[in-house]
Design a protein around this ligand. Structure first.
Ligand SMILES: Cc1ncc(COP(=O)(O)O)c(C=O)c1O
Length: 453
């Protein structure tokens, strides 16, 4: 089936496929808390003057000061988060500057999980018979931490699985159109392409702010647009796309909203803001959960349509219990997941977010001084920043992967390198185990490595 690719200046066709017939769903409201994120954004490189974020000069994170102003390298950066590094088992020889991809599990969470595994090993009958009730308790704790309706979320394995469940609930058919953007995550946009016609909105990575992003998305809505599947925070570019204003505007136009909040839990103060029809978020990124932990939140009128991924003895209970239960499998990660959110709360979630945003800004400031990197517009409250590589570098997935591995092997730094047709970019994350020197090492090494590339 042909899919249409909408650019801000025109259209082109791409290919995709769709199969699942079914009935369309109607837009509506969910049970998430009120909108409002208090975020501000900045616009990347400025020249010569200004204050580099995170330099201890009185610039607080969250005010959108441009990085790369020539002062970041003259400072030692923000101080360490007290006790942060000691909470993780990460290899100290590696600078782990890519928390955004797979997260990292703090020791207290691992220990709870290991305790659960020991319990299962000691008495499998007792453990597995207790799982449905314990999942319900884990769900309740997670909902409370996220500000979600405890009846309206299901615990699932990851964002990709959640996307598939949400799209199945919508019963899309071959004529239904799903709007995505070219910043969307491949497995998630791929889930839409399997089921429906996909219209891809091309968003210039340099669009200045959330308002410009929203305007570009809304300009691509047509009477055929049934669903908008949009990132809360995009993976390659660390841009806020599906903010509350855009979700509201899409709802007014009768478009069902599905928000990919993979990065939202733990990183955004109000991860479910905007009341989309469907929302999913990974707990194994910024919420300190073990891998394989995610949440699918569903507005009340869609809940009855979310399919259970496999038939199970819990089917009679419907959403969310039937969606969560996977017969005999390893539930220890999901059962330990609330510990991650509890740890974040104990550390002070706002403090962690401010620290991480400040450190990400500092790191981006150092990288922005390199001739081969230019910062993208950013949201100053986030713990991830993206910079564009010199034109022509990392244009494809294999080129990006090769550069990523080259950086890891030569510099001992883990970062995300994302491909883009005209030239990709580098995304750095910041977490409480990171130190400013790690970004310094990356910046010094990259200067040389990119000059040779
Ligand atoms: C925005 C976004 N969506 C979805 C995913 C997929 O997450 P998972 O592999 O847990 O399904 C990612 C992973 O990095 C992501 O960044």
């Amino acid at each position: 089936m042909a899919t249409q690719r909408t650019t801000t200046s025109g259209t082109e066709t791409a290919s995709g496929s769709g199969t699942a017939p079914g009935r369309p769903a109607t837009p509506g409201t969910g049970a998430a808390p009120a909108p409002g994120t208090g975020r501000t954004s900045g616009t990347g490189r400025t020249s010569g003057t200004g204050t580099a974020p995170g330099t201890g000069t009185g610039t607080a994170p969250g005010i959108g000061t441009a990085p790369g102003t020539g002062t970041a390298s003259g400072t030692t950066g923000p101080g360490a988060f007290p006790g942060g590094a000691e909470l993780f088992r990460l290899d100290p020889a590696v600078a782990h500057l890519n928390h955004g991809s797979f997260g990292a599990v703090p020791l207290p969470v691992s220990r709870v999980r290991e305790g659960l595994a020991a319990e299962a090993d000691a008495d499998p009958d007792a453990f597995f018979l207790s799982v449905p009730a314990r999942l319900a308790e884990a769900r309740r704790r997670i909902a409370a931490r996220l500000g979600a309706d405890p009846e309206g979320i299901a615990l699932v394995s990851n964002a990709t699985e959640a996307a598939n469940l949400a799209l199945d609930a919508l019963g899309l058919g071959p004529v239904d159109e799903v709007l995505v953007t070219d910043h969307g995550y491949g497995t998630v946009t791929g889930a839409a392409a399997r089921r429906a016609r996909v219209t891809t909105v091309a968003l210039d990575p340099d669009l200045p702010d959330e308002g410009a992003v929203a305007a570009a998305v809304l300009a691509a809505v047509t009477p055929r647009t049934k669903v908008a599947l949009l990132d809360a925070v995009s993976s390659p570019t660390a841009r806020v796309i599906a903010g509350p204003a855009l979700i509201g505007a899409l709802r007014e136009r009768g478009v069902v909203t599905v928000v990919d909040g993979a990065h939202a839990p733990g990183m955004l103060a109000e991860p479910l803001a905007g009341e989309p029809d469907f929302w999913f978020g990974n707990l194994h990124k910024w919420a300190y959960a073990p891998a394989g932990c995610a949440v699918l939140a569903v507005a009340p009128h869609h809940r009855g349509r979310v399919p259970a991924p496999v038939p199970s003895w819990e089917d009679e209970h419907g959403f969310p219990r039937a969606v969560e239960y996977r017969a005999t499998t390893d539930y220890t990660g999901l059962l330990a997941a609330p510990e991650g959110l509890d740890l974040l709360a104990a550390l002070g979630a706002a403090k962690v977010r401010a620290h991480n945003a400040e450190l990400a800004a500092y790191g981006a400031g150092l990288l922005a001084e390199l001739p081969d990197l230019s910062p993208l517009p950013y949201d100053a409250s986030l713990a991830m920043r993206s910079l564009r590589l010199r034109r022509g570098l990392a244009r494809t997935h294999p080129e990006a992967a090769a550069l990523r591995e080259h950086i890891a092997a030569r510099l001992g730094c883990r970062v995300l390198v994302w491909p883009w047709p005209t030239g990709g970019g580098i995304r750095v994350s910041a977490q409480i185990y990171n130190r400013p020197e790690e970004y310094g090492r990356l910046a010094r090494g990259l200067r040389e490595l990119l000059a040779e590339a």
